[in-house]
Design a protein around this ligand. Structure first.
Ligand code: UDX
Length: 437
């Protein structure tokens, strides 16, 4: 059993801390936000993530998981300190490392014996070296090993992804650190999860290369879907056949309104910026970023065509605001760009999302929000689906048609039956399935 600190109680810190306590270690999650720690100590989970509350409660009750705002004391008592603070995108596209650097300084000041300092946050390649330098500058005699241990969990499936990862990457220089990290992840060794030991820089690169590749895959299929519309092909049949080729795989080949969230947009920009910095540009990733931006705008153009090229004075129901289902996160969501443009073009937006409305209200306080999809679509002139929540997959098309003023819908997630829409008499469009006139 190891004593572990997680610094930062966002998605990665909270899920990681709870997950590692589930592995049997003593974990304390710390944060500079005292109020957040008080809420966590009162049993409140600040993010919506399926299974997280149960996991936290179980491990708190077992006495393995704690929350504290006393960062120094917690570090001093730990064998391993995980850095899991945010790395938001800076104005130049590069990740903003001020929180990581401040944490490195605090760790240096509290290094009272051998410890592992391990970064879980996604940080630009070379940051490990910088963290080591900061710790050494604060505490030249400090005894520690640095580890880069990138996290691959997805929001909405974070608990499952953390407890059953496809692989664990441990980037470090010493065997002692590899062995200690092996103890942290011992239950995964038993499950035969591949554990890869690499250099720090390689581990940092793996995370960016993986996320950027997935973004690229989505932008690629979005462009194929767009072309399908012009040539009269069905993108679902195309991706099904493509996905059966084991070299391609069917995952991350779903077209839509463009990817969002806290990772892909930020990480692609950061990797592209790193490429530029070293004079080794990643042109494919730069193109994927541009494609993703234009895909969002393209959805507005598609809806505009369905609406007779004018939104002025029209009511548009927006179903789904989260960047994907099973989360209340609206960071970089396609809905942000699309709603903003609809409002600019004179539409009155009636929005509904099962759980992301509160977060969306922080950015769009002036549109109208409703407690059910039925209320949101009532008397609407048009409707757009932006998130594939299960309740939208199963919506009754006859009921939808009866509630709307005009039966006009853009299904950007391709979740509704084309035959159903046709037989109900909808004017509709989707992404890459219906021939574009
Ligand atoms: C992603 C990575 O999957 C994860 O490994 C990493 O740790 C963090 O970034 P996340 O952002 O939580 O996870 O969600 P993900 O399920 O990957 O979806 C990201 C975006 O891509 C969403 O907007 C989603 O709708 C979109 N997407 C995904 C598609 O448009 N098509 C697809 O086929 C898959």
């Amino acid at each position: 059993m190891k004593k572990i600190t997680f610094i930062g109680t966002g998605y990665v810190g909270l899920v990681g801390g709870a997950g590692i306590s589930e592995f049997g270690h003593q974990v304390t999650c710390v944060d500079i936000d005292q109020e957040k720690i008080e809420r966590l100590n009162a049993g409140e989970i600040p993010i919506y993530e399926p299974g997280l509350k149960t996991l936290v409660k179980k491990n708190v009750n077992k006495g393995r998981l704690h929350f504290s705002a006393n960062i120094s004391k917690t570090i001093q008592k730990s064998d391993i300190v995980f850095i899991a603070v945010g790395t938001p995108q800076g104005s130049n596209g590069e990740a903003n490392l001020s929180a990581v650097e401040a944490v490195a300084k605090t760790i240096g000041e509290n290094l009272n014996g051998y410890k592992i300092v391990c970064t879980k946050s996604t940080v630009p390649i070379g940051t490990g070296k910088r963290i080591e330098e900061i710790i050494r500058s604060v505490n030249p005699m400090g005894d520690f090993d640095y580890v880069s241990n990138p996290e691959f969990l997805r929001e909405g499936a974070a608990v499952k992804d953390f407890l059953h990862p496809d692989r664990v990457v441990i980037g470090t220089r010493t065997q002692k650190a590899i062995d200690l990290m092996g103890e942290v992840y011992r239950p995964l060794y038993i499950n035969e999860t591949p554990i890869l030991s690499t250099s720090v820089e390689t581990a940092e690169m793996i995370k960016y290369a993986a996320n950027a590749f997935l973004s690229l895959k989505i932008s690629y299929i979005n462009e194929i879907a767009n072309l399908c519309e012009f040539v009269g092909a069905d993108v679902h049949d195309v991706t099904r056949a493509m996905g059966l080729d084991g070299r391609i795989s069917s995952k991350f080949l779903h077209p839509g309104p463009g990817y969002g969230g806290s990772c892909f947009p930020k990480d692609t920009h950061a990797l592209a910026a790193t490429g530029q910095k070293y004079g080794s540009p990643l042109r494919t990733i730069e193109a994927a970023i541009k494609t993703n931006e234009s895909q969002k705008v393209r959805m507005v153009e598609k809806l505009s065509r369905l609406m007779g090229d004018s939104f002025n004075g029209k009511t548009i129901a927006v179903l789904g605001l989260a960047f994907k289902p099973q989360t209340d996160d609206v960071r970089e969501a396609a809905s942000r760009v699309i709603v903003s443009r609809l409002v600019e073009l004179g539409a009155s937006v009636h929005a509904y999302d099962p759980i992301a409305m509160d977060n969306f209200k922080n950015h769009f306080p002036n549109i109208k929000y409703f407690d059910s999809w039925q209320d949101a679509v009532k008397s609407a002139d048009g409707c757009i689906i932006l998130t594939e929540w299960n309740e939208f997959r199963g919506l009754d098309l006859n009921e939808l048609k009866d509630l709307m003023r005009f039966p006009v819908i853009l299904d950007t997630k391709n979740i509704l039956s084309i035959q159903g829409l046709e037989s109900c008499g909808f004017t509709f469009d989707n992404v890459g399935r219906k021939l574009h006139q």
